[in-house]
Design a protein around this ligand. Structure first.
Ligand SMILES: C[S@@+](CC[C@H](N)C(=O)[O-])C[C@H]1O[C@@H](n2cnc3c(N)ncnc32)[C@H](O)[C@@H]1O
Length: 262
């Protein structure tokens, strides 16, 4: 099923065209930390990295791809045996991280991870790639390239994102997406998180719209993502879902995959 058949995407052209042109990175950093299930998904990622730490008898090289304001990286910095590098397409992410006392010492690479040439010099350079909340900002036509590049750069990919409960059509995807976003918005309102509620209203509008900018939200089901990974010939190693998916018609998911030879 092609869920994006009636949706128009506009291509980004520069590193300043990205996500943080429309969303202030300081507002993002302040609000996203309180997003429902964010703590749980970060600890689920950390648990998998710790598992790899226990299997690899040296420092684990971790790439945080689509680092944004570096919240996942800050969580992973508490691990004992990992060395972290940051990657993002957006220069505003680099500026934010280089001014942040917890992140300033980490290497930062401004690259488009959907571009095979851009990642070439990093091929095989990492044990684990962690990707949180980024896949749904990659235009659908570039998602397979993005998933492929992650597995070229790292032995194991930990792909975590918000997802939408499985659907049979784009209409049903949007219906499920509305329920999920409304849960997040109402939860933000219940907790008095007015900025988070306002941002999520914007994300909801773009996700259920027929016209979308290149980095606007387009959330898919874990099954669709899993199928793309399988079509690329990669091995699925682990999968978990966080939240009440049946009731909220969405939630967080974590899929671990690798090149089958790994
Ligand atoms: C919603 S933010 C997620 C940030 C962070 N991982 C988190 O969970 O808070 C998505 C990030 O992905 C980055 N991004 C989008 N497309 C990218 C690409 N093709 N290559 C690298 N980073 C990309 C954006 O610039 C943005 O910082």
């Amino acid at each position: 099923m092609n869920t994006s058949s009636d949706t128009i995407f506009v291509k980004a052209t520069t590193t300043m065209d990205g996500y943080f042109r429309d969303v202030d990175i300081y507002d993002y950093d302040e609000t996203i930390v309180a997003h429902p299930y964010m703590d749980q998904i970060k600890s689920a990622i950390a648990a998998r990295v710790i598992k790899h730490e226990s299997c690899i008898a040296r420092t684990v090289r971790v790439a945080d791809v689509g680092t944004g304001s570096g919240q996942l990286a800050r969580t992973l910095l508490g691990l004992q045996n990992s060395k972290i590098a940051l990657f993002d397409i957006d220069l505003r992410s680099k500026d934010f991280c280089s001014e942040h006392p917890e992140l300033a010492d980490l290497p930062f690479h401004v690259i488009d991870f959907a571009d095979p040439e851009a990642i070439e010099s990093f091929a095989g350079g990492f044990d684990v790639a962690c990707v949180l909340g980024t896949l749904h900002h990659i235009p659908p036509t570039q998602r397979k390239a993005f998933l492929k590049n992650l597995a070229r750069v790292a032995g194991v990919v930990l792909l975590a994102d918000e997802g939408i409960l499985e659907y049979e059509s784009e209409i049903e995807r949007r219906r499920n997406a509305e329920v999920w976003y409304d849960f997040v918005i109402n939860e933000a309102k219940r907790r008095g998180l007015r900025k988070l509620a306002a941002l999520e209203r914007l994300f909801k509008a773009s996700d259920i719209s027929s016209v979308r900018g290149p980095h606007d939200d387009f959330k898919q089901s874990p099954t669709e993502i899993r199928n793309q990974i399988k079509e690329l010939g990669f091995e699925l190693r682990f999968e978990t879902r966080i939240g009440d998916w049946k009731k909220n018609r969405g939630g967080m998911y974590l899929i671990e995959y690798s090149q089958s030879s790994y």
